[in-house]
Design a protein around this ligand. Structure first.
Ligand SMILES: NC(=O)C1=CN([C@@H]2O[C@H](COP(=O)(O)OP(=O)(O)OC[C@H]3O[C@@H](n4cnc5c(N)ncnc54)[C@H](OP(=O)(O)O)[C@@H]3O)[C@@H](O)[C@H]2O)C=CC1
Ligand SMILES: CC(C)(CO)C(=O)C(=O)O
Length: 350
């Protein structure tokens, strides 16, 4: 068994959890997927298909995976717990970990948003909780597809908080496997705020219904993203938050690059546009499935800063209101045009 027999439990096997868990299982790690019954059944019936934009395509047979919907069966087995539920389910998952996992299990948040690791810490007291960041998009096959397929549709390295751990658990060498590049980082707060800047686009993809690559190729959408990032950078500056570089760019340069004409943007932002055409955003997935989105943890996190510091955030407010309306309507993406997202000139208020 690879890596000293450490057992990895994926706490919330959906798009990210199945992709990460599948890569780890293919690499010989012992993985248990804690899933909802819909995904549990699909995995038991057809196994898990893992593919990526570089052309890798592998089937993990059901007998190569531990699969359960029962937290009391999965969590006591864990040496490492990768939390991959949406932010709204973090507290519930933390309570399950507290009730069922060994106190020495290392818990790692692989979620968007800036405070999921803190939410876990608040529930889990003295246990070891590390923040993580997943940079790539994963597309899950439609319900009922067998085998269930998770496709990594963009690129990037997973970052995990650099912390010397008791018991000599070497997190990167346990988790850094083919298809899943993992590195440690000394300043996860900066990394998560940097990622949040890009995640301000999740809502625009969700509202437009467009694939991420087409949405980013359209300057009208990029202008809205750039406007949101300006508001976010202002609020972050006022609170002393310094986001990390994103896609090889200093955060302050990001709005400038996004505002370039389409032809120049395509030329200069090749790294940002290395996305296959299926990718959208996890917030689009939520609208399509009629589930609550992470708008409170993304735009909402910046609005919290803006309120405290009195910096203006009209675009973030109107994007948030539109996402909330789409959530409430439960009709999937409203398929808005950029002009329906930007408030008419003159009606903006801080
Ligand atoms: N999808 C993506 O491309 C990316 C996502 N992320 C982030 O990663 C995190 C996970 O996202 P994603 O994988 O898309 O989310 P998913 O909704 O696809 O996966 C989470 C899964 O956890 C399940 N779940 C929730 N509670 C439990 C529980 N108590 N027991 C078992 N299963 C449970 C959910 O089921 P149910 O919904 O039925 O409750 C769902 O199937 C989010 O923070 C997201 O923002 C980051 C980068 C990219
Ligand atoms: C990878 C990215 C930025 C966009 O797909 C994402 O984090 C998400 O979908 O939640």
């Amino acid at each position: 068994m690879a890596n000293g027999g450490k057992r990895i439990v994926i706490a919330g096997a959906g798009s990210i959890g199945c992709y990460v868990g599948g890569c780890l299982a293919i690499a010989g790690r012992e993985v248990i997927l804690l899933a909802r019954p819909r995904i549990e059944t699909a995995l038991r019936l057809g196994g898990l298909r893992i593919s990526d934009l570089e052309g890798r395509d592998r089937l993990v047979e059901p007998d190569r995976l531990g699969i359960t919907a029962n937290p009391a069966a999965a969590l006591p087995e864990a040496d490492v717990i990768l939390v991959t539920v949406k932010s709204g389910a973090t507290r519930e998952m933390a309570a399950l970990i507290k009730a069922h996992a060994r106190p020495d299990a290392v818990v790692i948040s692989l979620q968007n948003g800036v405070d999921n690791a803190d939410r876990l810490r608040a529930e889990l007291g003295s246990r070891t909780v590390l923040a993580g960041m997943v940079p790539f998009n994963v597309v899950q096959s439609p319900d009922g597809t067998l085998p269930l397929r998770v496709h990594r549709a963009s690129d990037g390295k997973v970052m995990i908080e650099d912390r010397r751990l008791a018991g000599l658990l070497d997190v990167p060498s346990l988790l850094d496997v083919e298809g899943l590049a993992v590195e440690t980082h000394g300043d996860m707060k900066a990394v998560l705020w940097g990622k949040l800047l890009m995640n301000l686009n999740n809502a625009l993809v969700a509202l437009s219904g467009l694939p991420l690559a087409s949405e980013l190729a359209d300057r009208r959408w990029r202008l809205i993203l750039a406007g949101q990032i300006d508001e976010a950078l202002l609020a972050m500056k006022a609170t002393g938050i310094e986001p990390a570089w994103i896609a090889g760019l200093r955060p302050a340069l990001l709005p400038k690059v996004l505002r370039l004409p389409d032809w120049l943007f395509k030329l200069l932002a090749r790294r940002m546009l290395a996305i296959d055409p299926q990718a959208r955003s996890s917030m689009w997935d939520d609208l399509q499935r009629g589930r609550p989105t992470e708008i409170s943890e993304l735009q909402g996190a910046v609005l919290g800063l803006a309120e405290r510091t009195g910096t203006p955030a009209p675009l973030l407010k109107s994007v948030t209101a539109l996402v909330r309306a789409a959530e409430a309507a439960r009709l999937g993406s409203p398929g808005l045009a950029p002009e329906q997202v930007v408030p008419p000139a003159g009606s903006r208020s801080a």
